[in-house]
Design a protein around this ligand. Sequence first.
Ligand SMILES: *Cc1c(COP(=O)(O)O)cnc(C)c1O
Length: 243
Amino acid sequence: MIEDQIASNLSQVRARIQAATERAGRPAGGVALIAVSKKQPASAIRAAYAAGQRAFGESYLQEALDKMAGLADLDIEWHFIGRIQANKTRQIAAHFDWVHGLSDPAHAHRLSEQRPAEAPPLAVCIQVNLSGEASKGGVAPSETAGLLSLCDALPGLRPRGLMTLPAPADDEASQRLPFQALRALRDRLATPERPLDCLSMGMSDDLEAAILEGATQVRIGTAVFGARPYNRGQAGAIATADH
Ligand SMILES: *Cc1c(COP(=O)(O)O)cnc(C)c1O
């Protein structure tokens, strides 16, 4: 059954996180698992929730809102990890607890203004582009301090740390380089008032490298849910498995 598969995948991912944490000589419990449920049906989220998972990451706003509506009975912490579009900020600010891919001052202003007054400030990570690839999102390392200062001044936002999405690399030594760079940047920009205690880095194929370099949140999709079912289909529709 798919429920058993997801529960078993989750325990394997937790074991990988624990092993890497020990290898890094870090205290247990310092790495949070965000289960990336983009392109997975709501039923898969429910199965992971039943297996104890509480934090979920989504990349596509409309797809996420559709699933949230059917999962309102669950106490989920929602992380927006996709590319932000200006016309989507109001919904992101209203429905998510965290945003990991912030890289545009205009989006920061909008998210802060549109964060509902009764909600706590939106937790944000600044996405940093360490490879210089134009196709990748994120600010240049040299622009990170400026965007952080802006977030410090916006009442609807709470800057928590840095995020990166490096190009895939095969061996652990190469995987570690961008994660090491992100941590070094964080160490330089952290202050006592704003410690930037979160490093959002590491996915299914490189979570060990990320944890060795200090990741506090790993964003794991495939290793938890299996291959995404409808990458082949058009964007928009949610896989029919849960209907
Ligand atoms: C899809 C995605 C992930 C998860 O990737 P997997 O390789 O499936 O673990 C993590 N972070 C971001 C930003 C993503 O878009």
